[in-house]
Design a protein around this ligand. Structure first.
Ligand code: ATP
Ligand code: MG
Length: 200
């Protein structure tokens, strides 16, 4: 039997950071009552590196090996989170997210993982990788008035620099979609290069 699961590779955020981001969600939620948006639950907030989609259980081991091998080639780095954005645009919001500002390491790490998982058959969309942290998705059935209200709140909300996050691991997650929200489960956690221990 060829069993499959839905999977993606991401950077996990510490619980304190998830909590802080969910405070921004609560603030927006308060300004947008009764607007059809599926806000991301605190424990689900993450930074996606590569969406794999349907993965055969037979391929899981090879994906984990790629992840471990690529991760060890990178030293830990930091990225910062702040200011709201939306796809396709802030004026026409469908996916609501927070900007990620990062050093080139994040892009190199993402590219390495993308390339090596493509070799296993997991081809990405053509679009250039644009790091972001999704916090909400506007329901397909939102009407023009809803969209205008969302756009106006997003455009007037300033978050400033929300958080600086240290990255030392990369995680392979399975994603189980449920009507009341997706459930993510870590399947493998790969460490970046261990920094040289300080001399004592
Ligand atoms: P739901 O789809 O029910 O809203 P979700 O988006 O949280 O749930 P998944 O669809 O499994 O769960 O997505 C897991 C991660 O991969 C999320 O960060 C999502 O934004 C990202 N993702 C999903 N589909 C794609 C895609 N086609 N291209 C790039 N990233 C994707
Ligand atoms: Mg999705």
């Amino acid at each position: 039997m060829n069993q499959v699961l839905r999977a993606f590779i991401a950077i996990e955020l510490p619980a304190e950071v998830q909590h802080k981001l969910s405070q921004i969600i609560q603030r927006l939620q308060g300004q947008l009552p009764n607007v059809p948006i599926r806000w991301v639950k605190a424990q689900n907030i993450h930074l996606t590196l590569k969406f794999l989609g349907e993965v055969s259980l037979n391929n899981l081991e090879a994906i984990k090996q790629v992840l471990v091998k690529e991760a060890t080639g990178f030293s830990p780095f930091e990225f910062s989170i702040g200011e709201l954005g939306a796809f396709p645009t802030l004026k026409h919001p469908r996916v609501i997210w927070l900007h990620v500002t990062s050093p080139s390491e994040l892009f190199s790490l993402q590219r390495a993982i993308d390339l090596q998982t493509e070799r296993l058959g997991y081809i990405s969309e053509e679009r250039r990788y644009s790091p972001h942290i999704t916090i909400g998705r506007v329901n397909r059935h939102a009407d023009a008035e809803d969209l205008n209200r969302i756009a106006s709140v997003l455009q007037k909300t300033q978050t400033g620099l929300v958080e600086v996050v240290s990255v030392s691991t990369v995680t392979l997650f399975r994603s189980d979609l449920h009507p009341d929200g997706s459930v993510y489960t870590p399947l493998a956690i790969a460490s970046l290069k261990k920094s040289n221990p300080e001399k004592r």
